[in-house]
Ligand binder design. Structure first.
Ligand SMILES: O=c1ccn([C@@H]2O[C@H](COP(=O)(O)OP(=O)(O)O[C@H]3O[C@H](CO)[C@@H](O)[C@H](O)[C@H]3O)[C@@H](O)[C@H]2O)c(=O)[nH]1
Ligand SMILES: [Mn+2]
Length: 766
């Protein structure tokens, strides 16, 4: 394994991004927020409801900023040096790579195929890799596509390695033709590969419409008479790397799994799928490290595994094996996620500088032992072997079966994993098919610790954050690396119904974690969660709750304008709030521009943030209330992923920029008849009504007395700001088709807005 000489240069370095100026800005904003609260208290009159509501909202915003200041205090990340790996490490550890897919319609098989190909082709010894695909859709089409992909892989992987291709997902690689100066051998190979890839696409496409191949091939028998939610376990070894000679030895093991599903069982969505992947891979290859990606997140940098290994192995060289996982940022090749990029860059690096990055569900390498539930305290001082107490606890035969389930083979593999031994080399993957069937059963996990303390944790639709919290609460740290170019790229739904569904699921899932027994509020007292780390968790776990003050704050200016009361009292208070808004705008704008994003992207993101919190996160709250009342469970609705068309330059005639952002739409927001768009439409109606009322008043005053009073001006500015932020709804009122707000939503929102206006004006009577 790793050479121990410490005179050699390290495999990675921790880079710290401390910035005193930014700290000063964060503290100034915090100071302004506190003085704002103080003024509210001083100005508060008895029974001034507006003032109380505004105070509560502002307290929440201050609390959020306080957390942000804590998180951002000492940002850091790791810089790996993969070039040093070969001279220092003679025998690289194995890695099992997991990919999950759930629905062949929302997640087109050709997209899954591309991600799989990019995994199979990573720059790492092929005999140290195994790729496992979990298909919750139990789709013969997905299986068929993967089989075809494995044939293509036999020419694709050697091609990538021969020419040191960087982007190893064909659909992205073939977007750009190589420069004319490249050798003619390469050009020939390139053309041949492109033709073969197009053939693969056609095969998958043809199979999509027509299913005669299903009956013709015995291999698909397992899929007959199955439904996605009702079938037995299917495990297929698509390709086994038996060494051998030539190109074939370049393709890693490749296994397809569709775990058993029965209508009366709850399947725990992605977390359940991940745990089956952990078990089946444990039986077959039992690698000490596990890489997991969503089906759309292809590898964009061939060295990803080597980079992460630099962190793990440097840890092991320096005897401080406390890093449980290495997380890469989630980057996207469409332009719908600029805001997420900024969030990861500032908040993400901040958290990385505390106890370590939060696991984000994809683009992460985990250590198998940690996933089997051990704590940092269970290791000896050398950071390798289990302590004698832990050995007694974990390795006792009866405990093992109780915790990990009744499969003998599984128990053996767990013992090996905990002691960092590999499974015996001589066996073939197919020898484990029977055991794999067993561990894929619905009731295998009954009465075991899977999902409770072992593996991916159950009980939340954001299983990633939940699992991450479990790991950090056991004292482990994690590392964050963000190479340039990005390590993984995926798709993000554009503004519209898909995004709303996804955001609502996130908000509900995060609240599930906030209110369960692993809550960071508890972890910091009873677990090994560091204080600032617990604040970092609080920051995201409270996204759903933030919707309430945001909603109120979008309505307050309009209410006050209609009610002719002051939301922003003149004098010091008004001065502070204007400074705050100005500073916050400049600060966030700087954050965007420093990462190369445009002013427009900043504005769209500010707008989308308000929309998602008031229109989507808001519905996460009833979701968890219903769950806690035992009325309904939260649901993991898979987001639709669209595969961009490949166009040759001559056909498309489009610019490089457009080719690189295949999902870029016209920048317009999409609507449908769902209730998500009701709050936004309501907000825009109410604010417009208030502004119209205010303008009429102002005109009247002007005509009577040649100079209106300035009362209400600050609130009117507030309304203008809200209208600007919700401008997609303003445009949606005049658009048709998918860009227009449906009449039903408009009518209900208008009705509610009238009630609101009457309510606000009604107060005048008293
Ligand atoms: O029952 C299910 C549901 C989903 N998935 C898979 O889970 C992944 C993520 O689903 P997606 O619809 O893309 O959700 P996102 O909201 O985009 O995913 C983000 O948020 C999830 C929940 O926090 C994390 O699991 C993901 O890794 C993270 O990328 C996909 O590969 C799915 O195929 C399953 O395998 N089984
Ligand atoms: Mn996704």
């Amino acid at each position: 394994m790793a050479g121990s000489s410490s005179s050699l240069p390290p495999l990675c370095e921790k880079i710290s991004y401390k910035n005193y100026f930014l700290r000063a800005v964060d503290l100034t904003i915090l100071g302004l927020l506190f003085s704002l609260l103080l003024h509210r208290i001083l100005l508060m009159k008895q029974s001034d409801n507006v003032c109380v509501v505004a105070f509560l909202c502002e307290s929440f915003f201050t609390f959020v900023w306080l957390i942000i200041t804590f998180i951002k205090w000492s940002p850091a990340e790791y810089k790996p040096y993969p070039d040093r790996l070969d001279e220092r490490v003679h025998d690289l550890p194995s890695v099992d790579m997991f990919l999950t897919t759930a629905d062949p319609v929302k997640e087109p098989p050709i997209l899954v195929v591309n991600t799989v190909l990019s995994l199979l082709a990573v720059n790492y010894p092929a005999n140290k890799l195994a790729c496992y695909v979990s298909d919750d859709g139990c789709s013969p089409l997905t299986y068929f596509s993967l089989k075809e992909a494995s044939k293509f892989a036999k020419i694709w992987v050697p091609f990538c390695k021969k020419y040191n291709v960087r982007v190893r997902a064909p659909f992205r690689y073939f977007l750009n033709r190589p420069a004319a100066t490249e050798s003619s051998e390469f050009s020939k190979d390139w053309d041949m590969m492109k033709r073969e890839y197009e053939k693969l696409c056609r095969k998958v496409e043809d199979a999509t419409g027509d299913s005669h191949w299903l009956d013709a091939d015995d291999d698909f028998e397992a899929f007959s008479n199955t439904k996605p939610n009702d079938h037995s376990t299917i495990v297929k070894v698509v390709w086994e790397n038996k060494g051998g000679v030539g190109d074939e030895k370049e393709v890693p093991h490749f296994v397809y799994i569709s775990r058993e599903k029965r209508p009366k069982y709850f399947h725990n969505y992605k977390a359940g799928a991940m745990n089956v992947l952990v078990r089946v891979s444990g039986l077959m290859t039992n690698a000490p490290y596990m890489l997991n990606v969503d089906c759309d997140m292809y590898v964009n940098e061939a060295d990803v595994v080597r980079q992460a290994m630099c962190i793990f192995l440097q840890n092991s060289i320096s005897n401080s094996n406390n890093c449980a996982f290495v997380q890469y940022p989630q980057d996207f090749y469409d332009s719908n996620a600029d805001e997420l990029a900024v969030l990861q860059s500032y908040i993400g690096r901040g958290v990385a500088g505390i106890q370590g990055s939060i696991y984000a569900g994809s683009g992460c390498l985990h250590t198998r032992r940690v996933m089997y539930g051990i704590s940092l305290d269970d290791l000896e001082d050398d950071g390798r072997s289990l302590s004698s107490v832990a050995t007694r606890n974990y390795l006792a035969e009866e405990n093992l079966a109780r915790e990990f389930g009744n499969s003998k083979e599984m128990v053996t593999s767990v013992v090996n994993a905990l002691q960092r031994k590999s499974n015996p080399q001589h066996s073939s993957l197919t020898d484990f098919l029977e055991a794999a069937q067993e561990v894929g059963h619905c009731d295998y996990e009954n009465q075991t610790s899977w999902g409770k303390t072992i593996g991916w944790l159950y009980g939340s639709t954001t299983e990633d954050v939940h699992t991450s919290l479990g790991i950090h609460s056991r004292g482990w740290t994690s590392s964050y690396i963000s190479p340039d170019p990005p390590a993984f790229l995926g798709v993000m739904p554009s503004g519209g119904p898909e995004a709303m569904v996804q955001q609502r699921r996130w908000a509900a899932g995060l609240l599930e974690v906030l209110f369960n027994k692993r809550s960071p509020l508890i972890g910091v007292f009873f677990g090994k969660l560091r204080f600032r780390q617990s604040l970092a968790y609080l920051y995201i776990l409270t996204w759903g709750l933030r919707s309430i003050p945001e909603l109120f704050y979008c309505l307050l200016p309009a209410y006050c304008l209609l009610h002719t009361s002051a939301l922003f009292p003149k004098g010091v208070y008004l001065g502070i709030i204007v400074t705050l808004v100005g500073m916050h705008c400049l600060y966030t704008l700087w954050e965007f521009m420093s990462l190369g994003f445009s002013i427009q992207s900043w504005f769209v993101s500010q707008s989308f943030w308000r929309i998602k919190s008031t229109c989507s996160w808001l519905f996460g709250i009833p979701d968890i209330i219903l769950k806690f009342l035992g009325i309904s469970e939260t649901v993991f609705v898979v987001t639709k992923k669209t595969m961009p068309e490949i166009r040759s330059e001559s056909e498309s005639g489009k610019s490089q920029q457009e080719d690189d952002c295949p999902n870029q739409n016209s920048g317009k927001f999409e609507f449908d008849g769902s209730f998500y768009f009701l709050p936004g439409t309501f907000i825009i109606f109410v604010n417009l009504a208030a502004l119209v009322g205010f303008s009429v008043d102002l005109l009247q005053q002007l005509s009577y007395s040649h100079g209106g009073s300035s009362s209400g001006m600050a609130e009117a500015c507030g309304c203008v700001l809200v209208v600007m932020l919700f401008h997609p709804f303003l445009m949606g009122m005049f658009e048709k088709g998918k860009y227009g707000i449906p009449l039903s939503t408009l009518s209900i929102a208008a009705f509610l807005a009238v009630l609101f206006v009457v309510f606000s004006l009604g107060k005048l009577v008293y």
